[in-house]
Write a protein that binds this ligand. Structure first.
Ligand code: NAD
Ligand code: UFG
Length: 341
């Protein structure tokens, strides 16, 4: 089995995927500029698996550096996680987001092309669906660039178009576009997990930091949506289920399918209040909260129809909301300051 190159592999989803790839017998090389991660995550993955990870600190803007990585490796597949992902920051720094996420991907594709690497798995997002008109979302649901609510989301949809055009021009390419819903939780060991810098933007990291006592209370962004209890509903997916989906996508590409697109979600939506209750149960801690106005750009509800991934990858999300909260809490309580603890 030849090597998999993992861009952004030191990050949250990348580190969990590295672990699953190693356990499945793949050899891996990680490139990451460590702008939102530390090498410690990879060291922990090595310890957990007893296997080595080749790591190169490279920025995807560094065309020469990338070329060197490809010259030294014999890669069959690339899994491309490396991106900036903070929605609010993308609104204030759009050029940085387009440069990093779109140009970075194009640099990667050019390096793959010059070195004859044909298989690519791309981290897309349910954000490409914009304002859902019909739920659950299938891969056929509309993706309209002007309806995507922020520049970060638009980088994801733009890259999807770039990759589809590339594959049309180079039919030997095989590309899996994986549209993640809301990844949460952590590996069962409590050794690796999500380590946001600064104030968390997302619900689960915020709730865990309230539970561990680092933050005083959660702000609930709106309780007047047209949902069962008025709070926003999302399809939370355990990060280990998501990681396993990548291993199956890598295997799928060996069938030479051209471009394939899969929703990776559970198909079940939970409200903010349901998440608070589940996390209180998992942690045995009270989560104080206050109701705040709606957050700009937020949608009421979003959840997947994941049946295509089941049919074509043989993938289903096996871990439920309680396991997501228990595993997330184990990581947070063992590592109150993330990898710095
Ligand atoms: P993360 O920030 O933890 O991981 C991204 C990694 O990429 C980091 O280690 C960062 O240092 C690295 N990176 C960023 N820009 C780089 C560059 N120019 N060169 C080299 N390395 C670079 O984020 P994550 O949550 O693990 O997300 C991984 C991917 O999944 C991203 O593409 C993200 O947009 C996508 N995604 C994430 C979510 C989510 O909620 N976490 C949802 C949908 C899609
Ligand atoms: N929420 C709060 N308080 C918080 C944080 C979130 O009430 O402090 C609410 C939100 O309003 C929403 C729900 O919790 O109803 C989930 O919010 P997240 O920020 O965790 O997740 P989003 O679905 O808004 O966004 C996530 C990723 C985006 C991605 C999008 C679609 O953060 O990058 O999913 O895939 F684009």
């Amino acid at each position: 089995m030849r090597r998999v190159l993992v861009t952004g592999g030191a990050g949250y989803i990348g580190s969990h995927t590295c672990l699953e790839l190693l356990n499945a017998g793949f050899e891996i090389t990680v490139v990451d500029n460590l702008s939102n991660s530390t090498e410690e995550s990879l060291q922990r993955v090595s310890t957990l698996t007893g296997k080595e990870i080749a790591f190169v600190e490279v920025d995807l803007q560094d065309v020469r550096g990338l070329d060197t990585v490809f010259s030294k490796g014999d890669f069959e597949t690339v899994i491309h996680f490396a991106a900036l992902k903070a929605v609010g920051e993308s609104v204030s720094q759009p050029l940085q987001y387009y440069q990093n996420n779109v140009t970075g991907t194009i640099n990667l594709c050019q390096a793959m092309q010059s070195h004859g690497v044909t298989d690519l798995v791309f981290s897309s997002s349910a954000t490409v669906y914009g304002l859902p008109k019909i739920l659950p979302l299938t891969e056929q649901s509309e993706t309209l660039i002007h309806e995507v609510t922020n520049p970060y989301g638009r980088t994801k949809l733009m890259v999807e178009f770039v990759l589809k055009d590339w594959q049309r021009a180079c039919p030997e390419m095989n590309i899996a576009l994986l549209r993640y819903f809301n990844p949460v939780g952590a590996h069962v060991s409590g050794q690796i997990g999500e380590d946001p810098s600064g104030l968390p933007n997302n619900l689960l990291p915020y709730v865990s930091q309230v539970a561990v006592g680092k933050l005083e209370k959660l702000g609930v962004f709106g309780d007047d949506y047209e949902t069962s209890d008025g709070t926003g509903v999302r399809d939370y997916i355990h990060v280990v289920d998501l990681a396993v989906g990548h291993v199956l996508a890598v295997k799928k590409l060996s069938e030479k399918p051209g471009v394939v697109t899969y929703n990776l979600g559970t198909g079940i939506g939970y409200s903010v209040f349901q998440i608070i209750a589940a996390f209180e149960e998992a942690s045995g801690r009270k989560i104080p909260f206050e109701i705040l106005p709606r957050r700009t750009g937020d949608i009421a509800a979003c959840y997947a129809d994941p049946s295509l991934a089941k049919l074509e990858l043989g993938w289903t999300a096996n871990r439920g909301i309680q396991e997501m909260c228990v595993d997330g809490w184990r990581w947070q309580s063992n590592n109150p300051n993330g990898y710095a603890s």
